[in-house]
Design a protein around this ligand. Structure first.
Ligand code: 5AD
Ligand code: FES
Length: 359
């Protein structure tokens, strides 16, 4: 017979035990969250690190079936922030002592794009005396491109696998050369090989997704030995093909709770990795990111994209803070982290302890 306390005492969790934990409710669920909180404080401490998120362009060459900025969505107003405004946003992060930025955009693969990013990375390093840490989240690229960007100063890369179940992957992406499951996995390996702190993650509460899928996602991340994770609830977007399955989804509050459970279990399974409190959590619950920090997450990505563009980077609907300027977001985050019993590691990179250990 499986029992929560016994499972939480174990060193290695089986798929069945993870599924058991994913289904916990009430008092037993609190035990899970208490355990993940303990592990976080032991291996990571109470510090949360910021990554100022700059969503610099919503042009995308791909057509993921869940994503609001997919190429075929003609209802989006496309934007591409100028290099000088991107650098201004990075300067803002530097002056505010954020420690790191994330550069994210839709997926574009071209020599022009590669070169543009390479010079931006060098510029960010130069305006910050080499001090700002840089995470990039720019999709699937060739190993040469990844290497160029690494050499130019990026040291962390986020590429979510979205789902580690190949069948499910092709239910949420077109099944074509541009959306190839094996290629995505190969990219993750290539990023690790080049020397990036490598992050991945999944969406929680997707149509067709089972508890077994989610347990396998956790085991996939463990097997890949990732350094960082960003995962959050799937939120339907009406301009996407996946929207037609909206009636089969679990209610938003359950997707939210399940995402917290995934974070807690991943924290127990991979004790010293960086786990981000995804913005999508905040789209469902105003205190969503704080709740995630309380039970296991240690990274927050405040959106510092210049306000006028934010409305158009809607991967999903109800995105929080889209009407605010970055300054307002910051004051609000200081207070919020206090509530989550965390202190902010201002001016520090907050690299994944796991990455340091495995090197
Ligand atoms: N709901 C939640 N997350 C989404 N993403 C894209 N579309 C959605 C959505 N509808 C996530 C994907 C992607 C990341 C940048 O945003 O996981 O990797
Ligand atoms: Fe842009 Fe998926 S729609 S990468």
């Amino acid at each position: 017979m499986m029992n929560t306390e016994n499972i939480l005492r174990k060193e290695n969790l089986s798929k069945e035990e993870i599924i058991y934990l994913l289904k916990l409710e009430g008092e037993d669920l609190n035990k899970l969250f208490l355990k993940s909180k303990e592990i976080k404080e032991k291996y990571i401490g109470k510090k949360v690190h910021f990554r100022g998120l700059i969503e610099f362009s919503n042009y995308c060459s791909k057509d993921c079936s869940y994503c609001g900025i997919r190429k075929s969505n003609s209802n989006v107003e496309r934007y591409n922030i100028s290099d000088s405004n991107i650098i201004k946003a990075a300067e803002y992060a530097y002056n505010e002592n954020y420690g790191s930025i994330v550069l994210q955009s839709g997926e574009i693969s071209s020599d022009k794009f590669t070169n543009r990013i390479t010079s931006l990375l060098k510029e960010v390093k130069s305006i910050s005396d080499n001090e700002l840490g840089i995470t990039i989240s720019l999709g699937e690229q060739s190993a040469e491109t990844y290497k160029k960007w690494f050499d130019a100063g990026a040291h962390r890369f986020l590429l979510r696998i979205e789902s580690s179940n190949k069948d499910l992957y092709y239910k949420i992406h077109p099944n074509d050369k541009q959306h190839n499951f094996e290629k995505r996995i190969a990219c993750l390996h290539s990023l690790k090989e080049i020397g990036y702190q490598t992050g991945t993650g999944v969406m929680v509460g997707l149509p067709f997704q089972t508890y077994e899928d989610l347990a396998n996602d956790i085991l996939f991340m463990k097997e890949l030995d990732i350094d960082m994770c960003g995962m959050g609830p799937y939120i339907e977007h009406e301009d996407t093909p996946l929207y037609k399955h909206k009636d089969s989804l679990m209610p938003l509050d359950q997707r939210f709770k399940l995402s917290l459970k995934m974070i807690a279990i991943l924290r127990i399974v991979m004790k010293d990795i960086n786990i981000a409190a995804a913005t999508a959590l905040q789209a469902i619950d105003k205190m969503g990111r704080e709740k995630a920090v309380k039970i296991g997450a240690n990274i927050i990505m405040p959106n510092i994209t210049p306000g006028m563009y934010r409305n158009n980077y809607n991967l999903y609907q109800n995105k929080p803070c889209v009407d605010e300027e970055p300054e307002e977001c910051k004051g609000c985050l200081d207070a919020r982290m206090n509530i989550a019993n965390a202190t902010i590691g201002y001016g520090e990179w907050g690299d994944s302890p796991h990455f340091k250990r495995r090197n």
